[in-house]
Design a protein around this ligand. Structure first.
Ligand SMILES: *Cc1c(COP(=O)(O)O)cnc(C)c1O
Length: 394
């Protein structure tokens, strides 16, 4: 057979019914202790550190390995590593390649807790961070210092959805011997493959689309062959293991990723186009819209869009935004998107950014398009705009 397409990989990777009494899904192995029959077998396991053999629960069980194999096949990497949350994945990746005295370049539109980790923990351990313009592309070379060891990317940007020129940045980094790490949570490994675009480590909050049902916390990292050993070491040394039940749920979520994302994409674009026509909306930040500033990069590098985007409202009092959001019936107000349900969350990027000021022209609302009927989602927003207009006295 030809190389299977991603939707086929999603269904089959990391599954071996023949090794498991014919059962379709791998079982949940709960384990801390793994026992060995002989001293020789014990020493062999310690020495060879086969990533697909259990040595101790913290390093993973066969359930963990099944998920790692599936995600690795999708990402096209050397190996994947499951950890307890997306933030754990970010921490492991940064700690793997940085030491005291080093410098890291981080995109200014990065996920908030990534910034906080750099500004607090990394700073305390003597690692300096410079935030860079998400639109910098190959110009990143200007910011490289002799001690720059890592460039951290996230595309599109958290809250503001700027697209980065990933291949251009990765090419500059590779030439300078700098490790690149990308937070690929938005696109999932289905719609963007960082490693194929020159990035060394791709990471996900699997809490989001891979889990897909708002009921687990997990992170997954995938590295190319050169970057893997240091990443493995860091994960082993820091110890943020993921639980086998969550691995099982994430694997179950992964099997339906292609159909879920197709629907998230369709509904997200439908809402985005409807929102573009609303008089209350100043602009819609969604790279799959043809008039979005990041559209050309998205079209060149990505094979799809997920269901998360933002809208900027025309200036209105905070109370009017609250009147709109408080009364929504189908959109939950909360963090952590990527589940089956819709969400709407006010956000304030102008209070976060440092390298490139975000002009606070009007309130920003981040929307996650869930799997509900799109016409119900639109009706709920329409009623929300009615409340907004009344509260704004318009
Ligand atoms: C949610 C999120 C994370 C963190 O993941 P957790 O599983 O919540 O720790 C990291 N990156 C992005 C882009 C996210 O949205």
């Amino acid at each position: 057979m030809e190389k299977p397409k991603p939707a086929t990989v999603i269904v089959n990777a990391g599954r071996d019914p023949a090794a498991n009494h014919g059962v379709v899904n791998p079982p949940v192995y709960h384990a801390s202790t793994i026992v060995f029959p002989t001293v020789e077998a014990l020493h062999a396991a310690q020495k060879h550190r086969d990533p697909l053999k259990s040595r101790y629960g913290r390093y993973g069980t066969p359930t963990t390995f099944a998920l790692e194999q599936a995600v690795c096949a999708l990402e096209g990497g050397h190996h994947s590593i499951c950890v307890g949350s997306g933030v754990s994945a970010i921490v492991v990746a940064l700690m793997a390649y940085l030491k005291t005295g080093d410098h890291v370049l981080v995109v200014d539109s990065v996920y908030g807790p990534t910034r906080r980790f750099c500004d607090t923990v990394l700073a305390r351990f003597g690692v300096a961070t410079t935030y860079y313009d998400p639109l910098i592309g190959g110009g990143i070379g200007r910011l490289i210092q002799p001690n720059t060891r890592v460039i951290f990317l996230e595309s599109p940007g958290s809250l503001t959805f700027e697209m980065q020129d990933v291949p251009a940045i990765a090419a500059v980094a590779r030439k300078a011997g700098i490790t690149t790490i990308m937070d690929n949570t938005w696109a999932t490994p289905l719609f963007f493959k960082p490693l194929a675009h020159g990035v060394d480590v791709s990471l996900h909050s699997a809490t989001k689309y891979i889990g897909g049902h708002s009921d687990l916390m997990m992170g997954i990292l995938t590295a190319n062959e050169a970057a893997y050993p240091a990443l493995r070491r860091a994960a082993d040394d820091l110890g943020p293991a993921s639980g086998p039940d969550d691995c099982y749920l994430a694997l179950r979520g992964l099997r339906t990723l292609s159909v879920r994302l197709q629907r998230h994409q369709e509904t997200g674009l439908l809402l985005a186009r409807w929102l573009q026509k609303r008089p209350e909306v100043a602009r819609v930040l969604h790279p799959a819209l043809p008039d979005d500033p990041g559209h050309a990069l998205w079209k060149r590098d990505f094979t799809g869009a997920s269901g998360l985007f933002s809208i900027e409202l025309k200036p209105v009092p905070d109370a009017a935004v609250a009147a709109m959001l408080d009364g929504l019936e189908l959109y939950g107000m909360g963090a952590s998107w990527g589940g089956f349900e819709s969400l709407a969350l006010p956000s304030e990027p102008h209070k976060i950014r440092t390298a490139t000021p975000w002009l606070n022209r009007g309130p920003l609302i981040r929307i996650h398009a869930g799997l509900e009927d799109p016409s119900d989602l639109i009706a709920d927003l329409e009623a929300g705009f009615g409340r907004l207009r009344v509260a704004a006295g318009a």
